[in-house]
Ligand binder design. Structure first.
Ligand SMILES: *Cc1c(COP(=O)(O)O)cnc(C)c1O
Length: 381
């Protein structure tokens, strides 16, 4: 058995053939970015690469997007921004979606990282700290999601008053959609109307200011939601939440698990912890390497399916830490997987968004929970 032990960032990683195989298709990421840029009617299509590019790895993902011409990258925190900064020798804009924590203003300025200002207090602090420096920032307004952002009233006051804290150099006015993946949700129009009005005011006051509203799903609500700068994330990585099925996006991530044992169980036998599955008749089962420590969340238990040579295989009983069990009873003897074969749990044959829905979650969660001991292969095809 091939086994590799590597030290990576101070951590010891063990990679051998008895772990799941994670293939990340960088050509597909590039294709998806081009496709979204084609749908987008505004000026700049950026990319959201927070949380280690949705779990897929900053370095290869950011390099792939940069090579396509993407120049605006969004991350969650300053730490993530610094990781990106190391990768981007050439100039690109790096935005921190959670803004600037108190006292870190000058660190943002000297690293040329752009904070998304998410409250009036943060705006006042920022303006005070950067008074005489032309340091760009983004102003985020809460148009209905009620998570982050200046309230509409605070935003109007900021745009109308000549207060000293108005020294900000806002490059972008931003808001975020709460229900873009639910066509016809009343918030979609309400947030759009509120944002449009504020953008109008902002463009009067700061003629060069850009507007940014759209995440992946918002790009498919209609051009009215597009504005100047788009912030797609999940659709780049093959997630299809809120994406019309006609849209030609490619799957990016394939997770395949090696079969380590095949066995027959008789009627009346149980499978796995808690005996959650009980066989009503004789079954043939395949035990694979890969469990919740690898990102197969426990909600997959008795709900998810795997794919093998075009056949759907149900997960039987509970997912364990390192393994889980598939039902292969419906396969003819000669078609059954044997030790060393791989069962796909998401990828080109098993849509990640459909799989996540079976487990009551979203592709975002599956991607960002992928385990470290998976063998990661970056491919181009
Ligand atoms: C995560 C995030 C996005 C990207 O959303 P997707 O649904 O993944 O396209 C865009 N904007 C903000 C503010 C975000 O937090």
């Amino acid at each position: 058995m091939l086994c590799e032990v590597v030290v990576q960032g101070g951590k010891l990683l063990v990679k051998s053939q008895d772990t799941g195989l994670l293939k990340i298709n960088l050509s597909a990421i590039r294709h998806n970015w081009r496709t979204l840029r084609g749908v987008f009617s505004g000026e700049h299509c950026g990319a959201v690469v927070k949380a280690n590019a949705y779990g897929l790895g900053y370095a290869p993902v950011v390099q792939a997007l940069f090579s396509e011409g993407c120049r605006s990258f969004f991350v969650a925190s300053f730490g993530e921004a610094m990781a990106l900064k190391k990768l981007l020798a050439t100039r690109a804009d790096i935005y921190v979606l959670q803004g600037c924590p108190e006292g870190m203003e000058m660190q943002f300025v000297s690293a040329q990282i752009i904070p998304v200002i998410v409250s009036e207090t943060m705006l006042r602090r920022w303006c005070k700290a950067v008074q005489d420096i032309a340091a760009p920032c983004v102003i985020k307004v809460n148009t209905g999601m009620n998570r982050l952002g200046l309230s509409i009233g605070e935003c109007e006051r900021w745009l109308q008053e000549d207060a000293p804290w108005n020294a900000a150099q806002p490059q972008v006015i931003m808001s975020h959609m709460a229900c873009a993946d639910t066509l016809g949700h009343p918030l979609n129009l309400l947030q759009l109307e509120r944002f449009k009005r504020l953008v109008g005011l902002a463009k009067k006051r700061f003629p060069g200011i850009k507007a940014s509203l759209a995440n992946s799903a918002s790009l498919f609500l209609g051009e009215a939601w597009h504005f100047d700068l788009a912030r797609p994330g999940i659709a780049l990585y093959g997630g299809r939440e809120g994406i019309p099925s006609v849209c030609n996006l490619r799957p990016v991530v394939t997770l395949s698990l090696p079969v380590i044992q095949v066995r027959e169980i008789s009627s009346g036998e149980w499978v796995g912890y808690g005996g959650e599955f009980r066989a009503e008749h004789k079954r043939r089962i395949a035990v694979v390497c890969g469990g919740y420590a690898d990102g197969l969340i426990r909600a997959f238990s008795s709900r998810a399916v795997g794919k093998f040579k075009g056949h759907s295989l149900a997960v039987l009983g509970r997912v364990s830490m390192d393994s889980c069990v598939f039902d292969i009873s419906s396969l003819e003897e000669g078609q059954c997987p044997v030790e060393g074969d791989y069962i796909e749990v998401f990828g080109p044959n098993c849509d990640i968004t459909e799989q996540s829905a079976r487990a009551g979650t979203i592709s975002y969660e599956l991607l960002t929970r992928l385990g470290e001991r998976l063998r990661k292969h970056y491919i181009e095809k």
